[in-house]
Design a binder for this molecule. Structure first.
Ligand code: URA
Length: 266
């Protein structure tokens, strides 16, 4: 049985809670106070112009720093093996974090002819070799018809050694950051000619005003910025484009024959 003093102390406790703002203590159903905390969270605020400028500046700094690191690693490599190891140790390109393999090259590194594609796709990423998927198999057929093969007389690489997620094109920033590795690759192989497969390879090496449709089939010299090694280069369509537009195979074949012809005279 409750005594008067019990009731007094209960009333005092209720008064205390009421005075503290806990007016729901007398509600029939329980109150989840966590909801109130969640609801009182401030809504996210869009960054100010100044903050956006800071973010852009940070991105620019990290891009410049990544490129500087790529130059340091690539230019210190004196063999293809060292260049491959330099790529394995490079952490400046985020594509590496989602790729399975670092796809370096395939073929004979002493060949006169070096092919440069865009970036590995899913098959290349899985197997660790460039141009092993559908477009690579088509490329191999054209090469064989012109007397070329990876096991004898061509060398193949890409502008980027890591697969972009979803097979998207590499961004200009990714190509800019990884460029020293491609340049050093060219300097170490010292090919007599480079065939650029598609617009990404063309843009990465030459950044021309005209596109691949205008420039394909036209030989143009390229000089590396590091050691000043000069080599003849030829833009041609990417074999993946031929899979979508088979009528362009005629021009592709003409360009491959141009490579064959030149390789007989160098
Ligand atoms: N496309 C490319 O550009 N490179 C490859 O290695 C495969 C597909």
């Amino acid at each position: 049985m409750k005594t008067n003093s019990d009731l007094k102390s209960l009333l005092e406790t209720l008064q205390f809670l009421y005075d503290s703002g806990e007016v729901d203590v007398l509600d029939a159903s329980p109150v989840n106070r966590l909801n109130a905390i969640k609801e009182s969270k401030p809504a996210p605020v869009a960054p100010s112009v100044e903050e956006l400028q800071d973010i852009k500046l940070l991105e620019k700094v990290s891009k410049t720093e990544a490129r500087r690191k790529a130059e340091e690693l690539a230019y210190n490599a004196n063999t293809l093996d060292e260049l491959y190891k330099a790529l394995l140790s490079f952490e400046g390109c985020s594509l590496k974090t989602t790729a399975i393999n670092t796809v370096f090259s395939d073929g004979v590194s002493t060949s006169d002819v070096m092919f440069v594609g865009e970036a590995p796709g899913a098959d290349e990423d899985r197997l660790g070799k460039p141009f092993v998927g559908q477009s690579g198999q088509l490329l191999d057929k054209f090469l064989a018809a012109a007397g070329f093969s990876r096991s004898k007389n061509v060398y193949i690489t890409n502008t980027i050694p890591w697969r972009p997620p979803g097979n998207r094109q590499p961004t200009p920033e990714e190509n800019y950051i990884c460029m020293p590795f491609l340049e050093r690759h060219i300097e170490l192989v010292q090919p007599k000619m480079i065939v650029m497969l598609g617009s990404t390879a063309l843009k990465t090496l030459h950044n021309p005003k005209e596109g691949i449709v205008t420039l394909r089939g036209k030989w143009m010299p390229y000089t590396t910025s590091h050691k000043g090694f000069t080599v003849d280069t030829l833009p041609i369509f990417h074999p993946a484009f031929l899979l979508r537009s088979p009528s362009q195979k005629r021009l592709f074949w003409r360009d491959i024959l141009s490579v064959r012809l030149r390789s007989e005279t160098v």
